[in-house]
Design a protein around this ligand. Structure first.
Ligand SMILES: C[S@@+](CC[C@H](N)C(=O)[O-])C[C@H]1O[C@@H](n2cnc3c(N)ncnc32)[C@H](O)[C@@H]1O
Length: 197
């Protein structure tokens, strides 16, 4: 891990240690709206899961979930939350640095990436999916500067960036249009076998 990554991990560990579990631990609202598109069994990957607000929702829906994050504190929260309930057996927490951890190929029925932006990894999410698997991706876009002018623009999506990145796959739904006024862009795509092996 390089020093930037270590500093970044400490930042998230501190945040989670202070009890910041993200938006009162509610799952992402678009995930709630779109979950019916997903199979209700199989294996999912929640990339950069944090404390697991979305992982639990996906597992409650029926999928087994590999919950990957580099924050020990985030994963500790996830492990303790509802640990006495049967749902705990559907979650598989993995502590790893995504910047140097290759995802296994053709393994998951569904991949979820919510509020974590690494453009260089877009292709690896598709490769991690089984044929015809589903990817849900959502992150802040440049409209976020309206409410948070100091936000680092490197971590903001441009308009139509998701549509362009995933255009070779079946786009089931997206809000990633030029006139989109939302502060977050999202896309749900089905992996095309022809382009992504
Ligand atoms: C904004 S939070 C989103 C958490 C979760 N997806 C959610 O929506 O609640 C970003 C997460 O990315 C994780 N993260 C950032 N860089 C990472 C890296 N290189 N490897 C693994 N996790 C990372 C952080 O620990 C943090 O939990």
């Amino acid at each position: 891990m390089n020093t930037d990554t270590i500093a970044h991990r400490i930042h998230w560990d501190k945040k989670y240690a202070q009890g910041n579990t993200h938006a009162a631990y509610n799952p992402d609202p678009d995930l709630i709206k779109l979950i019916h598109h997903f199979p209700s069994s199989g294996l999912a990957l929640d990339v950069a899961c944090g404390t697991g607000r979305n992982s639990f929702f996906i597992a409650d829906y029926g999928l087994d979930v590999v919950c990957l994050d580099f924050s020990t504190e985030g994963l500790n929260f996830l492990k303790q939350h509802r640990s006495s309930e049967p749902i705990a057996k559907k979650l598989f927490p993995v502590q790893a640095d995504l910047s140097n951890t290759p995802l296994p190929a053709a393994t998951f029925d569904a991949v979820f990436v919510i509020r974590y932006l690494d453009r260089t990894a877009f292709n690896s999410y598709l490769q991690a999916l089984k044929p015809s698997g589903l990817l849900f991706f959502k992150a802040f876009n440049i409209n976020h500067l309206n409410s948070k002018p100091d936000f680092n623009p490197d971590y903001l999506l441009n308009k139509q960036e998701l549509i362009n990145a995933f255009k070779d796959n079946e786009i089931i739904t997206t809000n990633d249009l030029n006139n989109n006024e939302d502060e977050e862009s999202m896309i749900l795509v089905r992996k095309s076998q022809a382009k992504n092996g």
